[in-house]
Design a protein around this ligand. Structure first.
Ligand SMILES: NC(=O)C1=CN([C@@H]2O[C@H](COP(=O)(O)OP(=O)(O)OC[C@H]3O[C@@H](n4cnc5c(N)ncnc54)[C@H](O)[C@@H]3O)[C@@H](O)[C@H]2O)C=CC1
Ligand SMILES: O=C([O-])CC(=O)C(=O)O
Length: 329
């Protein structure tokens, strides 16, 4: 194998998403079946032993593409030379915690990680933030990395996108492979807006195929937006394998591109498109080409969509204001 290995740093490596993610990265599903990888696992000191256990299991898979595994509790070490960073580890909301407390606790994680990426990562670093609140954590990390182009920081809404694909497939009877151009707008939260108005089902407009605005408003949108909570209720733990799968999809698409005639959804830095204030990390319809995401331009946004996009963007603005007041950005 002659190709230089790609260094992939995963934070929260000993957590449940980490456990579902690392083996797929090492097997070549993140970057491609011919791309060797070196893994860097970042954990807090209490998580190091479990991360070592996961590294032992990775060894035991004898993945041909896996060139090495390093484990650290120091972001400056873990992000050194990183080409791809998956920021999964975050402080979960615990009982009695207000939103401000959650943002502050996560600021303590994502600000130093953003700085470590700024100071130590490779020039081509691509960052995906999975840990919640993902969009605002991505904003905190990005603000702490002034030397890295802002568009290299993204937040994960691909799980929401995949959830929407699956729900629309069930409703219409069309396989997911026949559904194109779905969009998740806004925040990875209950205010997100899954939009089918530009989507296609087997080449036909999805909203016309469904032809049921009440189903969209009362069933589809809340099912997708509240799916995370429904999984927690059913499983007693938050989504892990599906979240890891979406992280794989997000990075694979970012690196290898979107198919012609389709797009995907990702939380990316707004350039002001569709009235989303510049600088917010908001979910948009995006294409990927040559390792870059681009926001799909020129879509008509109807009244039904406008109200919902605005509500989610308003929440993102409030989160940005809160972290600004906390001195995190
Ligand atoms: N954007 C999305 O679609 C989704 C986001 N999530 C979020 O992903 C995050 C991780 O979820 P799980 O793996 O289930 O959580 P988990 O609690 O099982 O694992 C988190 C891991 O992060 C580690 N960690 C905490 N602080 C860290 C730090 N400063 N540096 C390195 N590691 C650190 C912990 O020790 C733990 O091992 C959560 O915030 C969750 O809400 C989950 C599902 C979907
Ligand atoms: O709700 C959670 O904590 C996990 C999550 O983000 C999701 O499943 O979408």
């Amino acid at each position: 194998m002659t190709r230089t290995p790609v260094t992939v740093t995963v934070t929260g490596a000993a957590g449940q998403i980490g456990y579902a993610l690392l083996f797929r990265i090492a097997s070549g599903q993140l970057l491609g079946a011919d791309v060797p990888v070196t893994l860097r696992l970042l954990e807090i000191p209490q998580g190091l032993k479990a991360a070592e256990g996961t590294a032992m299991e990775l060894d035991d898979c004898a993945f041909p593409l896996l060139q090495g595994i390093d484990i650290s509790d120091d972001p400056n070490v873990a992000f050194d030379g990183a080409n791809v960073a998956l920021l999964v580890g975050a402080r979960p909301r615990t009982k009695g915690m207000e939103r401000g407390d959650l943002l502050e606790a996560n600021g303590g994680i994502f600000k130093p990680q953003g700085k470590a990426i700024n100071d130590h990562a490779a020039d081509d670093i691509k960052v995906l933030v999975v840990g919640n609140p993902a969009n605002t954590n991505a904003l905190i990390a990005q603000a702490a990395a002034p030397d890295v182009p802002a568009e290299r920081f993204t937040a994960m809404t691909r799980l929401d996108h995949n959830r929407a694909l699956s729900q629309l497939s069930k409703k219409t009877g069309a396989p997911v492979s026949e559904i194109k151009k779905l969009t998740i707008w806004g925040n990875h939260s209950a205010t997100q807006y899954p939009d089918v108005f530009h989507a296609e089902v087997a080449g036909k407009n999805a909203a016309e195929v469904v032809n049921d605005e009440q189903w969209l408003a009362d069933t589809f949108i809340p099912t997708v937006a509240k799916r995370g909570a429904a999984i927690i209720e059913a499983r007693g733990a938050s989504s892990a394998a599906s979240a890891a799968n979406a992280a794989i999809d997000h990075v694979y698409t970012w690196v290898n591109g979107t198919a012609a005639g389709d797009w995907t959804s990702a939380g990316v830095v707004s350039d002001g498109s569709y009235g989303v204030p510049q600088g917010l990390i908001s979910s948009f319809p995006v294409t990927a080409k040559d390792g870059k995401f681009e926001i799909v331009q020129g879509l008509d946004v109807n009244e039904f969509s406008r109200t919902r996009i605005d509500a989610s963007v308003k929440e993102l603005e409030e989160e940005r204001e809160a972290v600004r007041n906390l001195g995190l950005i």
